[in-house]
Design a protein around this ligand. Structure first.
Ligand code: MN
Length: 264
């Protein structure tokens, strides 16, 4: 089995070492293609207006000056063009990717891109009570991630589903187990703008993420991680809202057709 390991925290991040160790337990054909710097928050962006540069860091390890998604595309289409990977592992991210985080996350976007390329993928993230400097419990991700990824890989699931794993911010022995969850909801107003002035008096801004205490819905990814469980959420790229699809189909189609008849 060929495995492509990537992330959004950059090729030097501690979490990617954890993931390489997890991958090494599954295969001896493990490749790393990851951004050359921290691209957290890059979402599913791609580089179209600039060239991509890839630097070989060591045997089977490449650093790309590009987005996390660029790394997956370049990895699959160019660096590993002789044989496609069978699995893409992304992470382990420094900070959780739960609820609406998944739409900002470069870590999850790598798994989304793999899915679009027809490759099974797992995104892994480690929760913490900070996104600033702080202690991250990498041992928890390594200890519990290795058997979990092995178990997931042995299961059958289609490539249009990607798996989003989040580890709780707990020591190895304090993790209560694994919960299969749904994507949760995040408080709507989570950003502060820190407005400052530069040396010449011109304004500039820092976007600041405000961690909020919310009541997560039981069975959601946020709930699992907050309660000491490892969250496993199957995601898909179909963002259609089923309820409103049906509602619009009933009402809107009728109105639009009535209007079209009037125009004709
Ligand atoms: Mn990140």
């Amino acid at each position: 089995m060929r495995i492509l390991v990537t992330n959004d925290d950059g090729v030097d991040a501690p979490g990617i070492d954890v993931l390489r160790k997890i991958a090494a337990g599954l295969s001896d054909d493990v490749w790393v293609v990851a951004p050359d710097s921290d691209c957290s928050g890059a979402g599913h962006s791609i580089t179209l207006k600039n060239p991509l540069r890839a630097r070989k860091v060591s045997d089977r390890v490449y650093a790309v000056r590009g987005t996390p998604t660029d790394c997956v595309i370049l990895g699959v289409r160019e660096i590993l063009r002789d044989k496609r990977p069978d699995l893409v592992l992304s992470g382990v991210n420094r900070g959780q990717n739960i609820a609406h985080d998944v739409t900002y996350s470069g870590t999850v976007a790598c798994a989304m891109e793999a899915s679009l390329l027809g490759i099974r993928a797992i995104a892994l993230s480690l929760a913490a009570d900070t996104i600033g400097p702080g202690d991250f419990k990498w041992d928890t991700a390594l200890h519990h991630g290795a058997p979990l990824v092995k178990e997931l890989v042995e299961k059958e699931w289609p490539t249009d589903v990607l798996v989003n794993v989040n580890f709780p911010d707990r020591d190895v022995d304090d993790v209560l187990g694994v919960k299969v969850t749904r994507q949760g909801l995040r408080h709507r107003d989570q950003w502060d703008i820190d407005a400052r002035a530069d040396g010449n008096g011109f304004p500039y801004y820092w976007m600041r993420y405000r961690l909020q205490e919310t009541e997560p819905l039981e069975g959601s990814d946020s709930w699992a991680v907050a309660n000491g469980y490892i969250s496993v959420t199957p995601l898909s790229l179909d963002l259609t809202n089923g309820h409103w699809h049906d509602n619009f189909a009933l009402e809107l189609d009728k109105d639009v057709q009535a209007n079209m008849r009037r125009v004709v």
